[in-house]
Design a protein around this ligand. Structure first.
Ligand SMILES: [Zn+2]
Length: 245
């Protein structure tokens, strides 16, 4: 394998590694987005549960008042029937007063019952709206979660393909050069090898000495950028423009 071909393989390796980083970066966003969706759903669910428990409290309170009111009304009826049997005006007045007080209490209890019932109508309306909002959010969430799963599967497929291509490219580079590549990649933000276009290193965007440019054009040695230490190659020499005409 000529050095030119090795440099070409190195260039390919670099592109594959950048693609892998890009795909991994995008894939990292998926669990983050999933957590956001779950959080939105949890809020909607909580709002629904809160409305539901308000209406349950209201119903419980109404049942209690109703059962109490039933007993109190029976009591008043009993007292009223007893009025006819009373012999002394004093006792009659006393029982009448009791009946009066009990009736007033019952009236205010049944007024409270009416208020609770009318509050329940509004609560039911809010509950229905929040159930609608919840199911709407659940549907949207399901749709987005399904799309995220598809994207995740797509990323996994792309990473497997890149891994295969990487193996092929790496096999074309000898182990020493591959080691050097990996080493520089770790220290130079993932970019270990870059083309020189004109006299400019594309890794650091600074010019290299003109003599080095001439050496690169021969493409028969591995050279480093004097500024950023990345492996450099002449874009023209490694990828000569296709002959035209
Ligand atoms: Zn450079």
């Amino acid at each position: 394998m000529s050095l030119r071909e090795k440099l070409k393989a190195l260039e390919e390796l670099q592109q594959i590694d950048l693609d892998v980083t890009g795909v991994r970066g995008e894939a990292e966003g998926i669990p983050v987005r999933r957590a956001e969706i779950d959080a939105v759903l949890a809020v909607a669910k909580k709002a629904y549960e809160a409305e539901k428990s308000r209406i349950e409290d209201n119903e419980r309170e109404r049942r209690q008042i109703e059962s109490l009111l039933g007993m109190e009304r029976d009591k008043v009826k009993k007292w009223e029937s007893r009025l006819g049997d009373i012999k002394t005006p004093r006792e009659y007045a006393a029982l009448s007063r009791e009946i009066d007080i009990a009736r007033k209490t019952n009236d205010s209890q049944s007024e409270q019952l009416r208020q609770l019932a009318s509050a329940a109508i509004e609560m039911r309306r809010v509950l229905d709206a929040s159930a609608d909002a919840l199911s709407e959010k659940e549907m949207a969430a399901k749709e987005e979660l399904d799309a995220l799963s598809r994207r995740e599967a797509d990323f996994a497929t792309r990473l497997r393909e890149l891994d295969v291509r990487r193996g092929e490219a790496a096999r074309k580079v000898d182990p020493a050069l591959l080691g050097r590549y990996e080493n520089i990649k770790r220290r130079r933000a993932g970019i270990a090898v870059c083309p020189v276009v004109g006299n400019t290193c594309r890794g650091c965007n600074r010019n290299i000495p003109p003599q080095l440019s001439l050496v690169l054009r021969r493409a028969d040695s591995v050279e480093s950028c004097p500024n950023c230490n990345r492996i450099i190659y002449s874009a023209e020499a490694v990828n000569p423009p296709a002959a035209t005409g």
